[in-house]
Design a protein around this ligand. Structure first.
Ligand code: ARG
Ligand code: GLU
Length: 725
């Protein structure tokens, strides 16, 4: 199955589908990412769809709510607690960074997987943290009391900032936990999350890439899907079961709340919920701002990343060392790259702007008639005029970010900036050397995963793109070198990469050890820095004033527009955009079949993964042991009549950050782990279409099968609470 074939077929089918069905078919998905304390308002709807447990079992503040079994995992994933001893299940791609930090060419966990055989073999993950949300409260009144809606944002921000700090401090003192206040509804409401962050997290189970990343970027963001995208960690706590820094003396966290695991399966139409931390959505965006997304921002990012990924793929294919250095970075870069392609197609196919325009007309009609808010009728015309004025600025800035700063070596200019900053701040003598050595040491991580030859080719491709597409920010001296050499970028690339000291940590360390503040002149003459600096200065002088003014003004108008929509639609419960806070979304098990007969309707199986096996492909190569289990149909109690379920789709409204989220049945039992959305529906961050937006999850039975039969880690399963219907 090639990527191209699937995409082409999707586009033609979707067009056909659109022309036949139009937009009239009944909604079977449920838009909305709800705040747990306000779920009561959804109760009737959820019960009608099939929910069988009490709403306050999902969230409450006395320690018995399901919220206590969910964690924000790392910087932007979700995980769920699945045993009383703090075992946490999340995605493979969420554990990827930890696996990389622990892997070496000798101990290659991507190739071989990892299964701890006992607690002693659970490996500490430096820097990894998980956060439990104990309580969520509306603090809008305390933050916004007396602050007029129309106050300009800079004054408003400074008042709000002071109040947030004071209220967070007070709540943290009163509860003995962390308090974090965030804006909701574009700053029209404020809620606090009272939380506990555990810092000793250990690596327990990780399938090899042949399972956990099966299908790689080709299957990413697609249905049907065959990825066993899960990994297992454990939370460790101090003797009092509270968060503690890593120590060998720490004990597995005793979880009062963890998910029972239901292995009886599900069928189309069954109620499902996804409970986790969606990161960013913009559902109330105007048609004007939405145009920027699919006409400017997305296409430029896709163009630049296509070039970068082409180079990376070539070098990674040629060396296992480069592969290990770039695999995690590549997954991140490719992930956005592909999602935005789906997003652009989805927004266009759905005529999302057209629909926003229809909505905007009705809003304007209401605003013209209703005078509750004096500003409401002025908002859309103002946003329209403003958006139209920003096209060029957004265009050039996106090229800077994705093309020029997409080159790793150029990004290192920011590090030199810090050194120069120290010298300017007047730090000298031993203190200077000391600061410098620390700054350099902090670069170890970057250089561990940097390959000069690879990056030099990225430079050739991306710098040339930036030079060709942009005009107002170009670094004159370097562009002139490029132009005077017949636009041969090789000359410039050689000049920069051969002279710079920023390509290796060894060079940097040596230099830092004898440097005095006056010597910073040398690094300030480094071509990488000069290029970076010229670019950033031009951006600051010629782009940022307009861009910042635009953003500030747009943010102001969008806040008021949100407020007005909340007034206009006061009979309908609106949900706030995602902001990496705990949310619940609900829907149903539901198929999506872009590419053929209904055999892929809502579920895939191991047999289908085996059929894709390609020993010559890095991403479609099925591990021998898995093939053996398949041939013997050795599925233990996890299979169903000789079939091993693998992944499934449902109509839950999810987003990035929901990776690793528990997928629950009507009784709040775990049936899967969310890990993706289908290509057709990635536009749901701006526009949710129940007919084509689908979340994708690993079937929990596949996860247990892999742990048990493939990983031989049955001791983990003994900790869990496995239930049947
Ligand atoms: N698309 C999923 C998400 O947004 C999975 C990403 C990891 N997989 C990959 N092939 N890059 O995070
Ligand atoms: N894979 C995504 C993540 O890392 C979740 C999928 C989505 O964006 O819906 O959060």
């Amino acid at each position: 199955m090639t990527q191209k074939r699937v995409w082409r077929s999707f586009v033609t089918k979707s067009l056909l589908f659109l022309s036949v069905v139009g937009f009239s078919s009944a909604a079977i998905g449920k838009e909305g990412m709800w705040l747990p304390p306000k779920l009561k308002n959804q109760e009737k709807d959820m019960k009608e769809l099939g929910l069988q447990i009490a709403i306050d079992g999902i969230y409450n503040t006395n320690g018995t709510g399901l919220n206590n079994a969910i964690v924000l995992f790392g910087k932007g994933c979700t995980g769920e607690v699945i045993s009383p001893k703090g075992l946490v299940l999340t995605n493979h791609h969420c554990g990827y960074g930890s696996a990389q930090a622990l892997s070496t060419t000798e101990k290659d966990y991507f190739a071989n997987g990892y299964w701890a055989k006992n607690l002693q073999e659970e490996l500490p993950c430096k820097g990894l943290m998980v956060t439990f949300i104990r309580k969520i409260e509306n603090v809008t009144a305390r933050i916004l009391d007396g602050v007029a809606d129309e106050l300009n944002d800079s004054q408003r921000d400074s008042i709000i900032k002071t109040r947030i700090a004071a209220v967070e401090k007070e709540i943290a003192t009163n509860t003995g936990m962390d308090a974090n206040i965030k804006p909701f509804f574009k700053g029209n409401e404020f809620w606090v999350a009272i939380s506990e962050t555990y810092k000793d997290i250990r690596f327990v189970g990780f399938p090899p890439n042949g399972i956990g990343a099966f299908g790689g970027d080709v299957e990413n963001w697609m249905w049907p899907r065959h990825t066993g995208d899960f990994s297992i960690f454990r939370v460790y706590a101090g003797a009092d079961n509270k968060p503690a820094e890593y120590s060998p003396a720490n004990k597995p966290y005793e979880a009062a709340k963890y998910f029972p695991i239901n292995i009886s399966g599900y069928k189309v139409g069954d109620f499902t919920m996804v409970y986790g931390f969606p990161g960013t959505t913009n559902e109330y965006i105007s048609s004007f701002a939405l145009r920027h997304v699919y006409n400017i921002a997305d296409p430029i990012a896709i163009e630049a990343r296509t070039r970068k990924l082409d180079v990376w793929t070539k070098y990674m294919g040629g060396s296992r060392d480069v592969f290990l250095k770039y695999t995690s970075k590549r997954a991140t870069v490719a992930n956005g790259w592909k999602k935005w392609q789906g997003e652009v197609i989805g927004l266009k196919l759905n005529n999302a702007t057209g629909k926003k325009e229809i909505y905007e007309k009705s809003f304007q009609k209401w605003a013209d008639a209703d005078k509750t808010l004096p500003f409401a009728d002025t908002l859309l015309p103002a946003m329209k005029a403003l958006a139209g004025s920003a096209d060029n600025t957004i265009y050039e800035d996106q090229y800077i970010k994705e093309a020029a700063l997409g080159i790793e070596l150029i990004q290192q200019g920011a590090f030199v900036d810090k050194i120069v900053g120290c010298a300017r701040a007047g730090i000298s003598g031993a203190a200077f050397t000391d600061t410098l050595m620390k700054l350099v040491a902090a670069q170890e991580g970057f250089y561990k995963n940097f390959d000069e030859a690879t990056d030099k080719d990225v430079f050739k491709s991306l710098m040339a793109l930036y030079f060709t597409k942009c005009s107002s920010t170009l670094p004159e001296y370097y562009v002139s070198i490029y132009r005077s050499n017949n636009q041969d970028i090789n000359v410039l690339a050689d000049m920069v990469y051969q002279s710079t000291m920023l390509t290796s940590i060894t060079k940097l360390k040596e230099w830092a050890s004898y440097l005095t503040p006056a010597d910073t002149v040398k690094i300030q003459r480094d071509h990488v820095y000069l290029l970076y600096d010229a670019l950033m200065k031009a951006r600051k002088e010629r782009l940022l004033p307009a861009l910042n003014a635009y953003n500030t003004r747009m943010r102001y108008l969008e806040r008021l527009y949100m407020k007005a929509q909340m007034v206009q639609r006061k009979d309908k419960e609106l949900y706030p955009d995602a902001n990496l806070t705990l949310r619940l979304t609900y829907g149903q098990i539901k198929g999506l079949d872009p590419d053929g007969p209904a055999k892929y309707s809502f579920q895939t199986t191991l047999g289908e993964a085996i059929a894709l096996d390609d020993p010559n492909s890095d991403i479609f190569k099925v591990p021998a042991r898995l093939k053996e289990l398949y041939t013997k149909k050795d599925y233990g109690r996890w299979g169903v009549n000789g079939v091993m379920p693998l992944a499934f789709t449902a109509s839950n409204h999810t987003s990035g950050g929901n990776s690793g989220s528990p997928v629950l049945n009507a009784r709040g039992e775990l049936i899967g782990t969310n890990f993706d959305r289908a290509y057709e529906g990635t536009m749901s961050d701006y526009y949710f279409d129940p007919n084509r937006c689908r979340n994708i999850s690993v079937d929990i039975r596949y996860t247990l099968f892999i742990i048990d039969k493939f990983g031989g880690a049955g001791w983990l399963i003994d900790e869990m609470n496995i239930v049947t219907r």
